[in-house]
Write a protein that binds this ligand. Structure first.
Ligand code: BGC
Length: 565
């Protein structure tokens, strides 16, 4: 492994300007409370991540994105932030954070942190002050407080639903109501208030000054709201076009916030980066990815697609066009902390579908409800397809976002009892939705020992016995393991990711996709079950070894440039 100090990475070469690192980066998402636990309290922590710095360095990733590690009552896995400029004492200290940045930077890995601006925790000093200060106070103006309806104001201001289920308003002791688009413990901040805006600029500077290289912006499309009275009903909101003027989501004026942030990002050398988590109509994604706004935006289309050539082809084509529209690069995601892991999705016997027959984001609900019945899944098929899909993705122009544990081929955990569940979506939907705990179970580092090497003690979500089969230590020396394939692909990827485009090459088969990058690298994926005859035998990395000159079903192969072709 070559160790590159990011601080010394040249910005320019003699041949010209080197594109910014984030355009075609492999970014590895860490969910800190479930990655590695150094103090044995069952909760992952920052020293735990530092202890795995060599592992991260050896993976071949360009950046780590840390999900929230801030003080939090954990009403929503840390996305309920009680202090935006500190580290949760259970996870470490600011000094530990600085050590982590050093440990990653010295291994050539950039650091991206999660910013959660739509809402704070109800434990945040501002919200506590708002509760104490009472109606009409300056403190309440930092959030969205309203009087209730009905003769005694005992009914919520509107019938709005929260994203996690249940009503979007909660009543406080003196009778007023506050808006929370997510959990009750996540009051929405008032982005019309200049003090709120100024405070987030302070936060962005705080972390940038500590050496953070970029930011992932949580629910970036919901910050600004038009709350002019009379407030519309939920039905009226649902019927309104999402054209930039919708009162609640994807408003044009949110980009005024990001234009201000952009000035902050660009005041650093190198400029800090940002990626938007914005669930908006496709045509509006470029607004977030625009260089004057956040600069890059997530595209979640692959995680809503079947493992099918036609779907992958249209997702890639559409998103490369969208990226071109903003001048940003595309992003690709197969797994994250909010969805069922892709190894599991691809192995499900009955993935959930919407009215038009397309896969929904709620993959695996039926199977999760069964507690992980083996009849509902073929784990081997899932793992095989997942690795093939990952290699297909890693070769694409743009940035790939990877989620901790996917390099191990890890499956979703369904064996979590109601009593052990943590996700507010489970509670707010009264068990209708089983939530996202199954992809947040602490990682297995060793095949045996306490918590499979996650830490010396327990694990805050239960690890099933089969985690032993996926442990990192068991895959290390095996060249055919999922981990080895990820490492090899991530190492080669740096040579492959030059000019940001691709050319599709006809394969004569509807279930086989082949693309060539301008530098000659080629990626071939067989989405079907019949082997596909290859016209070359010099593969560099494969998800399943080519047999007698053919690519087996459900597998991907990469070829390096061949000068004679
Ligand atoms: C995050 C979720 C979180 C929600 C509310 C999201 O989009 O990815 O994990 O629950 O925002 O902050």
């Amino acid at each position: 492994m070559s160790i590159v100090d990011v601080q010394n990475t040249p910005d320019h070469t003699e041949a010209g300007e080197v594109p910014p690192w984030w355009r075609q980066a492999a970014v590895y998402q860490i969910y800190p409370r479930s990655f590695a636990d150094a103090n044995g309290d069952g909760l992952g922590d920052i020293p735990g991540i530092i202890s795995k710095a060599d592992y991260l360095g050896g993976l071949g990733i360009d950046a780590v994105w840390l999900s929230p590690f801030y003080p939090s009552a954990l009403a929503d896995g840390g996305y309920d932030v009680a202090d935006y400029r500190d580290v949760d004492p259970r996870l470490g200290t600011l000094a530990d954070f600085d050590d982590l940045v050093d440990a990653l930077h010295s291994r050539g890995i950039r650091v991206v942190v999660d910013i959660v601006p739509n809402h704070s925790s109800d434990q945040h000093a501002w919200f506590q002050e708002a509760l104490a200060a009472g109606r009409g106070s300056v403190a309440r103006e930092r959030y969205i407080f309203r009087e209730g309806t009905g003769p005694d104001g005992s009914q919520p201001p509107t019938d709005w639903d929260s994203t996690f289920g249940g009503p979007a308003w909660e009543r406080v002791e003196d009778g007023q109501w506050y808006l929370h688009n997510f959990a009750i413990e996540q009051p929405d901040l008032n982005w019309s208030n200049p003090e709120v805006r100024a405070d987030f600029v302070t936060t962005l500077r705080f972390w940038s000054d500590r050496g953070v290289d970029g930011f992932r912006i949580d629910v970036a499309h919901m910050l600004t709201k038009d709350l002019t009275e009379p407030l519309p009903s939920q039905a009226a909101l649902d019927a309104m076009p999402r054209d930039g003027q919708h009162p609640m989501v994807d408003r044009d004026d949110v980009h005024e916030v990001y234009a201000e942030w952009r000035k902050v990002f660009n005041s650093y050398d190198p400029p800090r980066t940002a990626v938007a988590e914005a669930w908006v109509d496709k045509g509006r994604v470029p607004l977030y990815a625009h260089p004057e706004s956040l600069g890059q935006a997530f595209n979640f289309d692959l995680l809503q697609a079947d493992f099918a050539a036609d779907q992958f082809l249209s997702v890639v084509t559409a998103n490369l066009e969208l990226a071109a529209a903003s001048g940003s690069s595309s992003t690709w995601v197969l797994s994250n902390h909010d969805v069922v892991r892709h190894a599991t999705r691809y192995g499900l016997a009955h993935p959930e579908r919407d009215a038009e027959g397309r896969p929904t984001v709620k993959h695996g609900l039926e199977w999760l409800r069964s507690g992980g019945a083996s009849s509902g899944i073929d784990r081997e098929v899932g793992a095989r397809r997942a690795l093939a899909a990952t290699l297909f993705m890693l070769g694409l122009p743009g940035s790939s976002y990877l989620y901790q544990g996917e390099e191990l081929g890890l499956h979703e955990v369904a064996e979590i009892s109601d009593a052990e569940r943590q996700d507010p979506t489970f509670f707010r939907s009264e068990g209708e939705d089983l939530g996202r705990d199954g992809c947040r179970v602490p990682l297995p580092w060793h095949t045996d020992g306490p918590a499979f090497g996650f830490g010396g003690g327990g694990s805050h979500l239960p690890q099933p016995p089969w985690f032993a089969d996926y442990a990192m230590s068991g895959q290390q020396g095996d060249p055919a393991s999922s981990l080895s394939v990820y490492r090899r692909a991530l190492e080669l990827r740096r040579a492959l990711q030059t000019e940001e485009s691709l050319e599709w090459i006809a394969t004569g088969r509807a279930d086989v996709l082949r693309y060539r990058r301008p530098n000659g690298w080629e990626v071939v994926t067989n989405f079907g079950s019949t082997p596909f005859a290859l016209d070359r035998d010099d593969s560099q990395v494969f998800s399943a070894e080519p047999l007698e000159g053919a690519l087996p079903g459900e597998s991907t192969v990469w070829f390096a440039p061949d000068d004679d072709r």
